[in-house]
Ligand binder design. Structure first.
Ligand code: PAF
Length: 285
């Protein structure tokens, strides 16, 4: 595994691999790696000759300063995990390396897919994601790039960004990796106490029950039931409760809320638990 801190050195190594006709897969990450990230790397290894992983906590996608400060940074452990996953190249850039003084970010407009769910809750977030992912695409120009489906809306935004810039890169969405108790793997789980960690799997358990309910109940009723069930769930501790930020049942392509179960339908949820923002999703149809 080769680790690079400068864009130029990584580009030289990627160019050498491309001269040997090797296919390149890119896995963008913000570090604090867990099994979810490792599954993206394994998928990339199975589809590409050379796998490049970027580890960069992208400041411009955080609309909340405290969230950026608290974001876990575990570089040493990340490098060990990347090595054992047989990663070929790692980019570990500084902020100045990613955004040099002369860097001009595009102005992104994604229309209705950014007007729902995470969009209104996190102003500027998707522009920040699109900017960093576009920059990584321009640096590496991989054939394929791998993203986790937990951030379902992020994948839709990245696909739309690619449609706008017209780079010949295939986006490979990868399924959520869950703990045995159902909790979606996330870097933010590191910030949960042991008690919160054992309460959090109720999010997925509730989503699974919602899928069963969807066989005989209308969308509006299922949606309300999920929000009410989580909001009223008793953890046995006064200071530990779920605070759903949103739960939307949406079309899997347009991300617009649906009124019936026709076509591809997913449920996307964001829930606060003890000051930690947890995201999950489930497919209904
Ligand atoms: O999903 C993430 O970890 C980040 O949003 C990404 C895609 C690495 C961009 O910073």
């Amino acid at each position: 595994m080769k680790t690079f801190t400068t864009v130029a050195a990584l580009q030289e190594a990627v160019a050498a691999a491309k001269r040997e006709n090797k296919t390149i897969g890119l896995v963008p990450t913000m570090g604090a790696l867990h099994e979810g990230h490792l599954s993206l790397i394994h998928k990339a290894k199975s589809m590409c000759d050379v796998v490049v992983v970027s580890v960069f906590v992208n400041p411009i996608q955080f609309n909340n300063k405290e969230d950026l400060e608290k974001y876990p940074r575990t570089v040493e452990a990340d490098l060990e995990k990347l090595e054992s996953a047989n990663t070929d190249m790692v980019l570990l850039p500084s902020v100045e390396e990613m955004y040099p003084k002369d860097f001009v970010a595009r102005e992104w407009h994604f229309g209705q897919i950014e007007e729902v769910m995470e969009g209104p809750q996190r102003p500027g977030h998707f522009a920040g994601v699109a900017t960093v992912v576009c920059r990584l695409f321009e640096i590496v120009m991989p054939q394929k790039a791998f993203f986790g489906e937990k951030d379902f809306q992020q994948i839709a935004i990245i696909k739309e960004m690619l449609r706008q810039v017209q780079y010949p890169i295939e986006i490979v969405p990868c399924p959520i990796v869950r703990a045995e108790n159902g909790l979606a793997k996330s870097s933010r789980n590191m910030r949960l106490s042991a008690e919160a960690l054992s309460f959090a799997p109720n999010i997925y358990a509730t989503l699974k029950q919602a899928v069963e309910m969807s066989e005989h109940k209308p969308v509006a009723e299922v949606k309300q039931w999920v929000v009410d069930t989580l909001s009223n769930m008793d953890s046995g501790k006064a200071d530990m409760k779920f605070e759903p930020e949103y739960f939307e049942i949406v079309d899997d392509t347009t991300l617009q809320p649906v009124e019936n179960w026709n076509g591809g339908v997913v449920g996307c949820i964001t829930v606060w638990l003890t000051g930690v923002r947890l995201i999950d999703m489930i497919r209904f149809r």
